[in-house]
Design a protein around this ligand. Structure first.
Ligand SMILES: [Zn+2]
Length: 425
């Protein structure tokens, strides 16, 4: 068995995007369900210290204004099970399909993370080995790196959105660790593979006994939290293949990735990392493809060699269009002639509330924060128009006024939200 997942993961609702459906690829793939025991708790204690476990147990939502965490009845249980699943993955050189993720957790839980899954496992399973941590999540794994600073046998290698501008907004330094800070909107599939190869050559110089991979899929273009330009699911397969070729002993742990494409991206990665022949499907790959076909926005087919090929057909995007500030994709097809980026102030937000527009959105299950400074938009005019239609496409909400379409990207607690106004002809 190559895939390990935490028992009860579906009972932990999670904050915002970090929800149980992230592991829906397990509908297709066989994995081993894992629960924690006393040795798991000892392993957690070894990295985080004794008090930390109790702290996580005792935290309640009311005591924390940290919106990117969710203290539920099952938070501790699923968090500890995720650690146990990661330990199993490390022992078996497999894949820990875990949530909550872990790479932001150190002395505090943060960024959807409570326990630093990967380092707890490394520390527990390979205490005296040279271990290279490769972190390919879109975000810098500040928690992992902070812990790693104290460990001589571990080195940290990562490519991520520049943390001066993007979450987690902090950074550590150590000689021989390699951090590649990038601007997400400049990184496409080709560039990403180049960076991965660059990191691999650095890692090889370190000659690790084991490679531990923190793999995130929030580098995919459709991800709601950040604006990388990776568009081919097969890029993750390629990453997996390269790592399989280069390192004899490796295991991987799931970190971020919140788009509707996540199951497919994980499947691609597993195919590369283990080889299709080593993945145990719950049903024939052909049936899996059929099931995928039911999903809107993409078509799936099997290649001659049995690989799952995805073609994104329906997600109409102009991805290079004004992607500054990690902005969302633009949907084509609505007669958009021109657009202006708008930014809402508190005052405007209140005005919006007044006209009941946001109430409608709240009723549809969306929440919004207020970010960014304003620009020259004629709000008065906009607010006088009728709301003709509210549509939801993926994580974008489109509100059609008489003369304007307003595109709201679903709330992202990691990077704030983005609003754009499109003027129609
Ligand atoms: Zn991330």
């Amino acid at each position: 068995m190559k895939v390990f997942y935490p028992k009860g993961y579906e009972t932990y609702k999670g904050p915002k995007f970090e929800n149980p459906s992230r592991l829906s690829f397990l509908n297709f793939i066989k994995g081993k369900e894992v629960s924690y025991d006393t040795s798991t708790l000892k392993a957690i204690e070894r990295l985080h210290g004794k008090d930390y476990i109790n702290k996580i147990k005792d935290l309640k939502n009311s005591e924390s204004n940290n919106l990117d965490l969710s203290f539920e009845k099952s938070t501790f249980l699923v968090g500890a099970n995720a650690v146990a699943a990661t330990i199993e993955a490390a022992r078996n050189f497999g894949f820990a399909a875990v949530r909550p993720p872990g790479h932001h957790a150190s002395s505090q839980p943060r960024g959807f993370c409570y326990f630093n899954n990967i380092l707890i496992a490394v520390n527990h399973v390979f205490p005296n080995k040279k271990v290279a941590i490769l972190d390919l999540d879109a975000h810098y794994g500040d928690g992992t790196h902070e812990f790693a600073l104290k460990m001589k046998n571990i080195r940290y290698f990562s490519i991520h959105a520049n943390p001066e501008k993007y979450y987690p907004y902090r950074k550590f330094k150590r000689d021989n660790d390699v951090l590649i800070d990038v601007e997400p909107e400049k990184v496409n599939d080709k560039k990403f593979i180049e960076y991965v190869n660059e990191l691999i050559s650095q890692i090889k110089r370190f000659q690790p006994d084991v490679l531990a991979l923190s793999i995130g899929f929030d580098t995919f273009f459709s991800d709601p939290v950040i604006g990388f330009l990776l568009k081919k699911p097969s890029t993750y397969k390629e990453v997996g293949e390269i790592l399989r070729e280069e390192f004899n002993k490796s295991f991987a742990v799931l970190e971020g990735g919140y788009s509707e494409h996540l199951p497919l991206l994980i499947l691609n990665f597993l195919e590369g990392f283990f080889g299709l022949e080593n993945i145990q499907f719950k049903e024939s790959p052909k049936k899996v493809v059929k099931r995928f076909r039911k999903k809107k926005g993409a078509t799936y087919s099997l290649s001659n060699s049995g690989e799952i090929i995805e073609t994104i057909t329906n997600i109409k995007t102009v991805s290079t269009y004004n992607r500054k500030e990690g902005m969302s994709y633009v949907l084509k097809g609505d007669s958009v002639v021109e657009f202006q980026k708008i930014m809402i102030t508190d005052k405007q937000f209140i005005e919006w509330k007044k006209v009941g527009l946001l109430n409608k959105l709240y009723n549809m299950g969306y929440e919004f924060d207020v970010v960014y400074e304003p620009q020259q938009i004629e709000w008065e005019k906009l607010l006088k128009q009728n709301v003709n239609d509210i549509k939801v496409k993926g994580d974008v909400i489109i509100i059609k006024f008489d003369k304007h379409s307003l595109f709201l990207k679903k709330h992202s607690l990691v990077d704030g939200y983005v609003v754009r106004l499109y003027e129609r002809d």
